[in-house]
Design a protein around this ligand. Structure first.
Ligand SMILES: [Zn+2]
Length: 142
């Protein structure tokens, strides 16, 4: 991460199902539950694969590469958080384009954002007494 102050964020509450996703950044990994029978990545976490209803699920890391599907630029300081203007983005992971994450595009000025651009994950670390959170954000790949 660049040398900037980490902004205030409303953080998720960890549980056994979502912990892999929110803490994988400690090892630099973007992790999802994946069906071990059909290979489908499941997000948000569910106890069953939505494709074949298998319960044979395991956590796996993906490459962290994604595509910017759409975005909007926020110019208003609606609540404590990142300093505007900042980019709210929806990205699709390359391993499974139907898996979309709502995130922020960082290290990118709004004029440089382009739908379809390749992006990669970066993690924003938030120390927390119940377990540190690593928010997956994305930056331009090039
Ligand atoms: Zn499956």
């Amino acid at each position: 991460m660049p040398d900037i102050e980490v902004p205030f964020r409303i953080l998720p509450r960890l549980n056994d199902r979502n912990r892999a996703f929110w803490t994988g950044g400690a090892e630099g990994e973007l992790r999802f539950w994946r069906c071990q029978d059909c290979g489908f990545y499941i997000h948000p976490p569910q106890p069953l694969c939505p494709i074949d209803y298998s319960k044979n699920l395991a956590v796996e890391a993906v490459s962290g590469r994604a595509t910017l599907t759409t975005y909007t630029v926020n110019y208003q300081n609606w609540m404590p958080g990142p300093e505007p203007p900042y980019i709210v983005a929806i990205v699709e992971i390359v391993e499974q384009p139907s898996l979309r994450l709502t995130t922020n595009l960082v290290n990118c000025v709004p004029d440089d954002a382009r739908i379809g651009m390749p992006v990669r994950v970066v993690f924003e670390h938030h120390p927390d007494p119940e377990g540190d959170i690593y928010l997956p954000l994305f930056e331009p790949e090039n």
